[in-house]
Design a binder for this molecule. Sequence first.
Ligand code: ADP
Ligand code: MG
Ligand code: MG
Length: 243
Amino acid sequence: SPILEVEDLSFSYSEEKKILKNVSFKINKGDMASIVGKNGAGKSTISKLICGFYKPTSGKVLFDGRDIANKTIKERSEKIGFVMQNPNQMISKSMIFDEVAFGLRIRGYSEEEVKERVYKVLEICGLYKFRNWPISALSFGQKKRVTIASILVLNPEVIILDEPTAGQDFKHYSEIMEFLVELNKQGVTIIMITHDMHLMLEYTNKVIVLSEGEKIADDTSINILTNNKVIEKANLKETSLYE
Ligand code: ADP
Ligand code: MG
Ligand code: MG
């Protein structure tokens, strides 16, 4: 059944240019989906609308069948976690434990509960042994895991990751993807924003293709692969790893 539905969504940052044009799609519980398209297609904008950073000009977002237009960013974040592209927004001197605990502490959880939940998530993310390290001591890939951990600690049912593998070498790319596959197996619905065709074909069961703010395809990856027109229009690139 659908957990997230985007219905006829349109959006503009300014009057001159429409950024999203009547985009609709459905994500089912347990999906590992990707939203693909070339730079500027509107991928990040759509995820920010879903998470409540901007209001759509028209159309709506449903979670579990309910319109979430009147939900705040904070309320949405407990259902739909958003992992931003750049992990460097973290304060590098803070400890990993505190970084991951932040979202729970601002929501008033007791320190006992914070500890229990953070330890569990750090364990899942392979970060437990680093819990007292400063963020600055971690590699890029490990920092990425910290950003994912701080989203997961709120127990969202869906996580949206903006370009999760961008700028990663092969080792970290595989680590991140294996980790996401594992989370998906544990029941977390995952949506990845990417222009990496390998990721889309290899890992996802559902693809939404955006081009200049319009959805031009929405199907399984196998059908997309055979549709060269869609591939061309979306200007998808395989990662350098496979060139
Ligand atoms: P993608 O993530 O697919 O690369 P974006 O959603 O970031 O695309 O951007 C879609 C379009 O919206 C682009 O033309 C971009 O220049 C424009 N855009 C993105 N963010 C803003 C903003 N804050 N203000 C104005 N225009 C923006
Ligand atoms: Mg971009
Ligand atoms: Mg983007």
